[in-house]
Design a protein around this ligand. Structure first.
Ligand code: TXA
Ligand code: MG
Length: 336
């Protein structure tokens, strides 16, 4: 299949909507990451998403809508307090999980009786949903297991030849996938941290339960995506906890001498200079740039990458959540 790459102008969006209406796949920008979209009401269309990404069939898709009317068309009921989150954060980078209506095929929800929905805050995404006239199911537009795409070029790297079209709308503003909150049970549960932070959620609806990491005993995790390999660069990634950056520099140099591998360090802007000054191959760590950096270290043929851990509060919780998955929980604590 030839994948068309089109600028996200009115003409591009019209053509993309035509493809969605005719069972095709279109990757499109959102404010978080690029999504791989198909008609969420159609099993045949959604099936193609799983095939193109190599996604396990039990990993449900997020449904993107452009209005509350469209939301009520796909979910069974909306608890009163959900409106506090909807009013405050939509359109925006937060997905809410509700009991689903049967109009959403079980295939789309990975066999669950719930569905994650969001109204994205991106003009192209909203126009595309309106023009297609149907809710659009869209996981991140990467090959399963790879870092999520934050540019059209990242999407092409993974899916060229496998999907009908990529709408190029430039860089994604947030660069991390949406916060996910499950509202389908008695308590509200945070399943994936993101740009809408725990602090912001609790200010809106009071205390929430946090369940963003897989429990050892979890055969059936609340969010099926938790159990799959994620965001993995080819390089071996290690998270380093340490208060003293000189100790980290010594550690990485020692490792590099012992292993004869091309190594790199990933760290926040403030400490980047000291790593560079010490002669290390250093890359910047930020929410918006995290996935691009993970792809870049592969382009640069880095074999061992070390990332300086950050505090798990605010947006730091989301960044560390993605890093732990990318590092397959490979963490070294130099302070202990
Ligand atoms: O920002 C985002 O959310 C992006 C853009 C494209 O909207 N989408 C995205 O989708 O990140 P995806 O498929 O890469 O991640 C969705 C996650 C998966 O881990 C999945 O298991 C979980 O959401 N999920 C989806 N529906 C669920 C449900 N009903 N219950 C629990 N977890 C669910
Ligand atoms: Mg994903």
């Amino acid at each position: 299949m030839k994948t068309k790459l089109k600028i996200a102008n009115d003409e591009g969006i019209k053509e993309a909507a035509y493809i969605i209406k005719n069972y095709g796949l279109v990757a499109f920008p959102t404010e978080t990451v690029y999504g791989l979209g198909a008609n969420a009401l159609c099993e045949r269309s959604a099936g193609k998403i799983f095939e193109a990404k190599g996604r396990p069939a039990d990993n449900p898709l997020i449904v993107h809508v452009s209005s509350i009317d469209m939301l009520t068309g796909v979910v069974e009921s909306i608890p009163e307090y959900a409106y506090k989150l909807i009013e405050k954060f939509w359109p925006g980078p937060i997905t809410l999980i509700f009991k689903k209506k049967s109009i959403i095929p079980d295939f789309v929800s990975g066999g669950l009786n719930t569905i994650g929905v969001r109204i994205p805050n991106n003009r192209t995404a909203l126009e595309l949903i309106k023009e297609a006239g149907v809710p659009i199911a869209a996981p991140s537009a990467n090959t399963s297991g790879k870092p999520s795409p934050t540019t059209a070029a990242h999407v092409m790297m993974d899916l060229d030849g496998k999907i009908d079209m990529v709408l190029d709308g430039g860089n994604c503003v947030f660069g991390l996938e949406s916060t996910i909150v499950d509202l389908s049970g008695d308590a509200s549960v945070l399943l994936r941290p993101g740009a809408i932070t725990v602090e912001m959620l609790e200010e809106a609806i009071g205390q929430i339960t946090i369940q963003t990491e897989l429990l050892k005993s979890d055969d059936a995790p609340k969010s099926p995506g938790m159990k799959y390999k994620h965001y993995s660069p080819n390089a071996k990634l290690t998270i380093i906890k340490c208060k003293n950056s000189n100790r980290i520099i010594d550690f990485i140099k020692q490792k590099a001498d012992a292993n004869f591998k091309k190594s790199a360090v990933i760290a926040t802007e403030e400490s980047l200079y000291s790593y560079k000054a010490a002669g290390l191959n250093a890359y910047a760590l930020s929410a918006e740039g995290l996935f691009a950096t993970l792809r870049k270290i592969d382009d640069d043929k880095v074999e061992e990458a070390y990332v300086h851990s950050i505090e798990e509060s605010g947006i730091g919780l989301a960044i560390m959540n993605r890093l732990k998955k990318a590092a397959d929980s490979n963490i070294i604590d130099l302070d202990s």
